[in-house]
Structures are given as C-alpha cells and as structure tokens.
Design a protein around this ligand. Sequence first.
Ligand SMILES: [Zn+2]
Length: 397
Amino acid sequence: MKIAFVDGTIITGDRKVIEHGTVIVEGNRITKVGENGSMIPSDARMIPLEGRTLLPGFIDCHVHLCTDGSPDPLRVMLSEPQTITALKAANFAKQTLMGGITTVRDLGGKDGIDLGIKQAIQSGLIQGPRMLVSAQMICMTGGHGWQFGREANGPDEVRKAAREQIKKGADIVKFMATGGVLTPSVEPGSEQLTEEELRAGIEEAHKAGKKTATHAMGTKGILNALRAGIDSIEHGVYLNEEAAAMMAERHIPFIPTLSALFNIEIKGIESGIPPFAVEKTIKVKPHHLQSIRIAKEKGVIIAMGTDAGTPFNLHGENLGELKLLVGQGFTPLEAIESGTRIAAGVLGLDHELGTIEEGKLADLIVVEGNPLEDIGVLLDKKAITLIMQDGKLVKGA
Ligand SMILES: [Zn+2]
C-alpha cells in the first residue's frame, strides 16, 4: 500500500522544515520526501494535510511502564500482584503510543513485565510503542531502586548481573551510579556502584553488543560512570563542567528527564507524594537546571526522556518534556530534534528512525497547527490526528 501525505508543513527531525511538502510511504518505509507536486504515485492513497504538520514519531529514551504515575508509584507497584502491574503496563503502552510516542526505552522493569510487554507489542497482541528494554536495573545492596532492581556488589557480581539481564533478553543494561529521589534513605548526590563495578558491568554489556545507561545524579557518580565507559547519563542533576566536557568530547548523551522533577515539585506533599521525595526534589532542582545550562554550553547531546511512571509523570503525556526543554532555552525545533533524530541515535536506531527521510521506517504523526509556533499543541491528544507506526495507521485510519 502506498500513502501520500500531501501539502503540509514537514518537520523532518533534523532541524529542517519543508512548507507545503509531500511524503510518500510505501509498505513500512518512507520512499519520497519533497516539495509539493513531486511525483505522487497514481495508485497512492492521498492524505491531504491542509495546514497540519507532519513529524517523525517521537522517541522517549527513559520510561518505566511498570510504574503508574500515581503519587507513590513504587509503593503501589510493590504491593500489587504482578498480573495487575502487567495489565496496567499494557494500557500505558497504548496510551504512550496515542501520545505520539512510537518508540520507547524502558529503563527498569519488574518481574520480566517489560520484556513481556515488548513481545506482546511485537507480536501484535497489544498496541504500543516499539520498545527497547533493560529488564532489571542493577544497583548496589540497598541502593536506589533496590526494591525491584538486581542488587549486586563487587565487579564480579555486577558482571554476572549484567549477564543475567542480557540472558533474559535486555536490549540495554541499566546501572545505578548514585542515589535518587524516590528511594527513602538514599541521597541523590551520593555515589553508589563504584567505578570498578560499573566498568565490569559495562564491559559485559559491550561484549554482547548492548548499550548501557546509568541513573546518575551526583557529580562523583556521573564521573565514575563516564570513566567506566557508560553510553548515556540519565538525570545528571549535578553535572559539572568536567563531566560535560567529557560527554561532549565522547558524544555521550544526557537525558535530563525534566518531567520527573517538575511534576513532583508542582504537585508537592499535599498530593500524596512521599515527603522525602518532594524534599529531595526541591533540594536538587536548581542544580538540575544548571546542569542543563552547562551541558548546552559545552555542546553535550541532549535527548528527550521523561522517566514516565514517576509521580504525576503520566504515560501518554511524554511530550510535555518538550515544553519543559523549551522553558530551559531550547528552540521548539531543537526540542523536537531531541525527541526524534537525537533520541534515535541514543537508542542506536538512527539508521531506521528519528527523521523523515527516504529509506527510513514510516513512524509519523500528524498534528493540527504548527508546533514551532506553539510546542504545547503536541500535548493535546485531540490535536494529534494521525499516528503511523512502521507504515501502519494506528490512529486516524
Ligand atoms: Zn528512571
């Protein structure tokens, strides 16, 4: 089947904008991108865009489909039967897709649910974004996320823990280099897995051809992970100039997940979020915003990730992150690029996804109006009138 998207604003994902553009999809690939009137096959189904905007399907580099975005999502997840977690995760997958996110990286699952949801989507059993999954995240005993992470101590055990996740089918291996906000009695700034432990785990992942990511808030933990060879820094709350310079030089991306901290701060203790999480968030947030400034100045690659599933950070509202990035000085075009071309690179999928380009997979969304004038339109699900994933219309058929 051939589809021609005709006469719309095309935001290609690599900072190019084509006015009155045409995009042809054949099967699951984009086969032509150009100005209007450029060879539309006679047998193509025409979809007139009429002033609307066509963008690449968005990619969220950091979600947790096993947590539900309730005020205390860890408590909920740890107290409910795993069947409930799985059924909710299936719903969240669909909501994510309907929010214009056609690909996600899940960075911390429970009981293999992330692996199962990925398979269910691949086999067509349920609808959801294309997924890369980490299975269990790897932390030190009592470290951030220990309640559902794989606790491991010493380089050999971290190596074994990484092998276990790869054996289960993980696409990426996630480590916890520092404390965090949502685990009681751990400090965001403190180091957790050591450089030696991280190095062993990262080496193991790389041997298997897998990328690695780390939760890293404090400066020392960020530097440990960078020296150990990590492939992305998540959160990066206390990113300093030294770390940013290393990241820029080695092209290591920064995924700030602004949505996580903003939602906790805005809703506050009265919403039911555990007080310790709110207090830690308020303490670290100014540093976090400074980290983004430093990273931008140094030329660090910044990709969109939300940490969706954390308090009030709801699955399906992922594109709120773009608005927050614009609030931190990104142009709308830069913010969109961070959630398309750059995010595809973080996932190692930039040869297939992330831009509207001939030969790439047809993951596309159509939105009313122009997000370059108002990035907020991407947050309005009614404004996203069409979603195509892998050449199939999943909304707006
Ligand atoms: Zn996370």
